[in-house]
Design a protein around this ligand. Structure first.
Ligand code: 0WD
Ligand code: CA
Length: 425
């Protein structure tokens, strides 16, 4: 079955997605499209196969993405929202916290409170894009400032997703352990991307060791030692850590010709009222094992800094403050990493990751999604699947367990769109 001609639920085996070879005739549209930029032509062809408009898979091989850095517009914060201690949504910044710089050698005990002052979010509950969609419904005018007349679609963006999903895409060409599944629905012209937990991830989540569970707490405990609730208070390490609470920024930006709207959780902001506007005032907090050997330093550069860079670069968060901890969970030193300097830091690492490969892969993946996801319906999900050392493949599913746009969202968007065309009284 040809996935381009039919989006009726089908589930062919991977081999059937492989492109039909097309050695001679390409159609005139392709020639026109690819004559614009000869260099891009060859790169795209090698990433996508001989015939970019009909290929079924996308390669993740690094060397295919080593070209000029694509245009990535300065991300603009268009709003924010908060999730409270019971995971309730608020269209405001009530969960914003303020960074309080600790000593250089702070001796924070990250294990404190794990047993008696920790409320853990239920991570078996899948929230999909719901919080972002709630924000969109509450803020539609902010996304379409010129009014809907300028655009036939409900939202004036190409993609809506979580920042964390984009981070996974950026790091894919270098990922060797964890695959991913991304569900995509085209609805009123906009592509919504929502992660689906893989079987492997579910097994890992359900079989975490006690040590692993505790270590996941350490990152949140570090936030509690370094964040205050307002500009003139101090952190309260005696309080409860509740991982239901979150402050999320919503940003708009553009990657090449892809207009993106995404949200990401922000740990805290600079408390100086003269600090630059968001997202430039935001601070990402991290903990990491202390670095004692050259091998550990090299691994930190190769793996950790890649993830840290990708996550903060996307929303335009300029710095990561890291607490380095020992085996017992005590923070022994602090270091600030400026996102714009990370690529220099890793330059001496042999065969290291490259920001341009990350961004070009993400860009080509989004182009691939635009080409594949043609049927506009909240009832259809295209499932993109990737495992390390493999190509990206996809399947399409109608009225399936993968549908993720909630009824209240679909109805609200249809209602408001219809009302735009009502004659003015
Ligand atoms: O259910 C899921 N599979 C996911 C849910 C995956 C990714 C995100 N989310 C939700 C969470 O509800 C969270 O509130 O999105 C929100 C964060 O979105 P994001 O910023 O796009 O995600 P990401 O960049 O992966 O994570 C940012 C922070 C993490 O900080 P660290 O320093 O560890 O990277 O969000 C937190 C965590 O503090 N976080 C979560 N908190 C609760 N539950 C989760 C989660 N599943 N994932 C990340
Ligand atoms: Ca963090």
């Amino acid at each position: 079955m040809d996935p381009h001609r039919s989006s009726i639920s089908y589930h062919s085996r991977q081999s059937s997605y492989k492109r039909e070879r097309d050695d001679n005739g390409r159609n005139p549209r392709e020639n026109k499209h690819f004559r614009m930029n000869t260099q891009h032509q060859y790169r795209s062809e090698s990433a996508l196969g001989q015939n970019p408009l009909s290929c079924r898979t996308l390669s993740t091989r690094r060397e295919l993405y080593e070209r000029d850095f694509p245009v990535y517009k300065q991300p603009v914060e268009v709003g924010c929202f908060s999730l409270d201690s019971e995971r309730r949504f608020f269209n405001d910044s009530r969960q914003m916290r303020y960074y309080v710089e600790p000593d250089r050698n702070p001796n924070f005990n990250l294990r404190d409170g794990y047993r008696d002052r920790f409320i853990k979010r239920d991570d078996s509950v899948k929230e999909r894009l719901d919080h972002i969609l709630r924000w969109i419904v509450a803020n539609k005018s902010k996304i379409n400032p010129t009014g809907a007349a300028a655009s036939p679609r409900a939202l004036d963006v190409d993609f809506v997703t979580w920042r964390g999903h984009l981070t996974k895409l950026l790091t894919t060409p270098y990922e060797t352990r964890e695959g991913w599944l991304l569900a995509v629905t085209r609805f009123r012209g906009t592509l919504y991307i929502s992660e689906v937990e893989t079987e492997a991830a579910r097994r890992e989540r359900e079989n975490r060791t006690e040590r692993h569970e505790e270590m996941m707490y350490w990152g949140y405990k570090f936030e509690q030692y370094t964040c205050a609730d307002n500009t003139h208070s101090l952190p309260d390490p005696g309080g409860v850590v509740n991982t239901n609470e979150a402050f999320c920024t919503v940003v708009q930006t553009r990657l090449a010709d892809h207009r993106l709207l995404f949200s990401g959780e922000v740990d805290c902001r600079d408390k100086d009222p003269k600090a630059p506007a968001a997202p430039a005032c935001y601070v990402e907090l991290k903990t990491s094992a202390e670095i004692c050997t050259p091998k550990q330093r090299s691994n930190f550069h190769r793996f950790k800094l890649l993830k840290w860079w990708a996550q903060s670069f996307l929303p335009g968060v300029p710095r990561v403050v890291a607490g380095f901890r020992d085996q017992e969970g005590v923070v022994v030193s602090m270091e600030t990493f400026h996102i714009s300097k990370i690529s220099h830091l890793i330059k001496n690492e042999y065969n290291c990751w490259k920001p341009t490969v990350c961004m070009n892969f993400c860009c080509d993946f989004l182009s691939f999604v635009k080409r594949v996801v043609t049927e506009d319906s909240h009832r259809v999900v295209y499932l993109f699947s990737w495992d390390p050392y493999k190509d990206v493949t996809y399947s399409a599913h109608r009225d399936s367990q993968y549908c993720f746009l909630p009824h209240w969202y679909v109805e609200e968007m249809m209602r408001s769109e219809d009302s735009q065309y009502e004659p003015k009284a």
